[in-house]
Design a binder for this molecule. Structure first.
Ligand code: NAD
Length: 495
């Protein structure tokens, strides 16, 4: 079956596409169609050295960090335009490699373009501050300088979006970058790098190495970069932070989630049901913000679970390239096994399986049916751990305080939601919920303007928002003596 011309991709180093030094490559098979869709160069440690050296030189000696903000603004805005120009190609690549439905891939491409537009505007606002309030004899400046070389390591679930949550903000302030996309979905990141070069970024500003975890590990431990910005699992995030920490590099981590939606008795149930089904089916549940556990007031828990089942059973699962599909393929055999293991644990722990719990045998690919467990206890693994599949756990609560306590009882703290018509109760609960994003009567909307990140084991640092650029700068203060200095330090007098 030919669904795309198989592309042979090389590394992107110092503005050029080059082979990996070891001469090896690996293939990506579309998880929905089981056919090879692309070949990629397998980078080794020496290729990481070359990529870091190119980014280092572009930062230390190249024009990019020294350009006026408005020049970087123009390049970033052009990248946004080029992403929109290549929208269909990028979405198709994303759908084929990740297995996500084409409609969601198109939305992802549009959201990525928005991020480049937004970061472009920040390139003109990276200035610092001045003080004339420290005394008549001093004038001080607080300047923001680009941090340096940033290593960016990304996962497979939203490859283009996640690199776009990091890279344009780093570039906006004058940093340079080495990027490693997931080995399952490198296609859109490589294409993005080509667009950045086309848009006029200077040589060596953006470098891409492809390969599996060992490549990321070499990047985190490389002394030539100044920061690691990582999105992925909490387990790997810990390793990345440990190795970057040994070199005292700055680290930003966007990690896993087990996000609760709390449904109160006075909620708009129709809206809540929609959001709960969407929250667990979107991107086949392979989503850090997946609303994978719903806490429902005990008076309505059974009826709510029954209605979730009614809606979830109608969600179309199938070929990602079909515009009607809402749940595409699971990204890999490994991920499918993880989902099956958790579902088996849920059954073994005594939860009630109301829907799904099995693969869907559609064609050659890897598909899993939407799955709903009710009667879930907060201590069960399906209530505590990130499954990364279309698997929902329904739990019951009696009081809002209890719901907040259950919501906070996992190691994660990425996002949480509350459905109620009592805004006072919503605000009180929002203050008690230990998560970086709280949605009240909505779910999973994101905006470039709003900071995003996790509490607890869901991460460290924040992306997006105006503050995003400060992740990639360091601050220097410069004091100027105004007029003659009035006090003098007398050697020996330290009092
Ligand atoms: P992963 O942690 O397995 O891999 C992420 C990236 O790290 C990949 O590029 C991988 O090759 C690389 N990697 C693997 N081992 C490494 C190592 N030892 N050192 C350095 N790099 C290494 O995650 P995944 O399976 O690709 O993605 C799913 C995870 O990502 C989920 O836990 C999800 O919650 C998380 N995620 C979080 C966010 C967020 O914004 N918080 C967004 C999307 C995904």
């Amino acid at each position: 079956m030919t669904i795309i011309d198989i592309a042979d991709n090389r590394l992107i180093l110092n503005g050029q596409e080059v082979d990996a030094l070891g001469g090896e490559s690996f293939e990506r098979v579309s998880p929905a169609h089981d056919v090879v869709v692309a070949r990629y160069a397998q980078a080794g440690a020496e290729d990481v050295d070359r990529a870091v050296a190119a980014a280092r030189q572009a930062f230390d000696d190249g024009p990019w960090p020294r350009r006026a903000g408005v020049e970087r603004f123009r390049v970033l805005r052009r990248v946004a335009d080029l992403i929109r120009r290549d929208r269909d190609l990028l979405a198709r690549l994303e759908a084929l490699e990740s297995g996500k439905p084409i409609s969601q891939a198109l939305d992802e491409v549009d959201a990525a373009a928005e991020l480049w537009d937004y970061a472009a505007t920040l390139a003109r606002h990276a200035y610092g501050d001045a003080h004339n309030d420290l005394g008549a004899d001093v004038l001080a400046m607080v300047v923001n300088e680009p941090l340096g070389v940033v290593s960016i390591i990304t996962p497979w679930n939203f490859p283009l979006l996640i690199v776009s949550q990091k890279l344009p903000f780093a570039l906006a302030v004058g940093c340079t970058a080495v990027i490693k996309p997931s080995e399952l979905t490198p296609g859109t990141t490589l294409h993005l790098a080509r667009l950045i070069i086309e848009a006029g970024a200077d040589r060596g500003v953006v470098n891409v190495v492809t390969g599996a975890g060992g490549v990321g590990s070499a990047m985190a431990a490389h002394p030539g970069s100044d920061m690691v910005s990582f999105t992925g699992s909490t387990a790997v995030g810990r390793e990345v932070a440990a190795s970057a920490g040994r070199l005292l590099k700055r680290v930003e981590l966007e990690l896993g989630g087990k996000n609760p939606q709390i449904v109160c008795a006075d909620a708009d149930l129709d809206a809540a049901l929609d959001a709960v089904v969407f929250g667990v089916c979107f991107n086949a549940g392979e989503c850090c913000n997946s609303g994978s556990r719903v806490l429902v007031h005990r008076d309505l828990a059974d009826e709510f679970a029954a209605q979730v089942v009614e809606r979830a059973r109608r969600v179309p699962v199938g070929d990602p390239l079909d515009p009607a599909t809402k749940i595409g393929a699971i990204v890999s055999d490994e991920q499918l096994s993880v989902i099956e293991r958790y579902v088996a644990e849920g059954r073994g722990d005594g939860a009630d399986l109301l829907l799904g719990g099995d693969r869907l045998t559609t064609g050659a690919g890897r598909f899993y049916r939407p799955t709903v467990f009710a009667g879930v206890d907060p201590g069960m693994s399906i209530a505590r751990e990130e499954i990364f599949g279309p698997v929902l756990s329904v739990l019951a609560f009696d009081t809002l305080d209890e719901a907040v306590e259950i919501a906070n009882s996992t190691m994660y703290g990425l996002s949480a939601g509350i459905w109620t018509s009592d805004l006072n109760a919503a605000l009180t609960a929002s203050q008690g919920l230990r998560a970086g994003t709280i949605w009240v009567n909505r779910w999973m909307d994101g905006y470039p303007e709003l900071p995003f990140g996790g509490y607890k084991a869901s991460g460290e640092g924040r992306e997006l928002g105006r503050q995003a650029i400060t992740s990639f700068t360091q601050t220097k203060t410069i004091q100027l003596q105004v007029g003659a200095r009035r006090t003098r330090w007398v050697p020996g007098d330290m009092s």
